[in-house]
Design a protein. Structure first.
Length: 234
C-alpha cells in the first residue's frame, strides 16, 4: 500500500493508496491521530479507494501546538481539508469516529459524499455537555461566570464551546450514512441515536455490549466486518 505524508495548509496528513478518483476522508476521534486510518486504509485501498487522514488540533504531530482542539478550530480545519479534497477527487466518501463525526456534521452539512460511515458518533454535543455539567454539579450560570471549569474526568467545560454548540445545532444532513454503535455507549445515548437515524434515514448496526471506544478483539472484528460490508455496496 502506497503511503505519502503531506501537509495541507500546515495540517499534517497521510494519503494512502495509489492514484484513484475515489477517496475516503478519514476523520479520527479524540485521543487518536491520523495513523489510526491504517487498518481502514488496508481494506479501502484493496477496493480501489485512496484514503486521506489528518491530525485534529492537539493530536498526533500537532500535540505541541497552541492551537486548541475546540469545536471552532476543528470545524475550521475540516473545512480546509474539505476544500482541498474537492479539488483533486471526483468521488468522495467519509469515515468519521466519535468527535470527528460531530465536527464533520457541522463542517460538511452542505457537502455531498457518496457514502458516510460513522463509528460511535457524537450526534448531540449540547446534550452531552449538559450531561457532563450534571456529572460535575455545574450549572449554566456558573459556567458562564467561570468561562472554563476542569472536571474530575479529564474534560474542561467551556462556556465558549457550549455557546457555539447551541448556536450550531445538527439540523441538516443529506448524505447516505451508515452508523456502527455500541449498545453500552455512555457518550451518545440510545435515544439520541434513534432520533438521528430516524430524522436522517440512516442505516445502523448495533453491537450488543459495545462501548463508545471499540477496543476488544471481538469489537474490532465486528468493526472490520462492518467496514467490509459497507464498502462492498459502493
Amino acid at each position: 500500500m502506497e503511503i505519502e505524508r503531506i501537509k495541507i495548509n500546515g495540517i499534517p496528513a497521510i494519503l494512502y493508496g495509489s492514484n484513484s478518483d475515489k477517496l475516503y476522508l478519514f476523520v479520527h476521534g479524540k485521543m487518536s491521530n491520523k495513523e489510526e486510518a491504517a487498518e481502514f486504509a488496508k481494506i479501502a485501498t484493496e477496493r480501489g479507494f485512496q484514503v486521506l487522514s489528518f491530525d485534529l488540533p492537539e493530536h498526533g504531530d500537532r500535540k505541541n501546538e497552541k492551537y486548541l482542539c475546540t469545536v471552532q478550530n476543528g470545524v475550521n480545519d475540516l473545512s480546509v481539508i474539505g476544500s482541498y479534497i474537492q479539488k483533486y477527487w471526483k468521488n468522495i466518501s467519509l469515515y468519521a469516529c466519535s468527535l470527528g463525526a460531530y465536527f464533520s456534521l457541522i463542517a460538511y452539512e452542505n457537502m455531498y459524499f457518496d457514502h458516510c460511515l460513522f463509528v460511535s458518533p457524537i450526534l448531540d454535543m449540547e446534550r452531552l455537555i449538559k450531561n457532563m455539567m450534571k456529572w460535575s454539579n455545574v450549572d449554566e450560570n456558573l459556567l458562564k461566570e467561570k468561562r472554563a471549569i476542569p472536571t474530575a474526568f479529564g474534560e474542561v467545560l467551556s462556556w465558549d464551546y457550549f455557546c457555539y454548540v447551541k448556536e450550531h445545532p445538527i439540523d441538516k444532513w443529506k448524505n447516505l450514512t451508515s452508523i456502527l454503535y455500541g449498545s453500552a455507549d455512555n457518550l451518545t445515548e440510545r435515544c439520541v441515536l434513534d432520533q438521528f437515524v430516524n430524522r436522517f434515514n440512516c442505516d445502523v448496526e448495533i453491537l450488543d455490549g459495545g462501548e463508545h471506544y471499540f477496543h476488544t478483539k471481538d469489537q474490532i472484528d465486528v468493526q472490520k466486518k462492518w467496514i467490509v460490508k459497507c464498502l462492498s455496496i459502493q
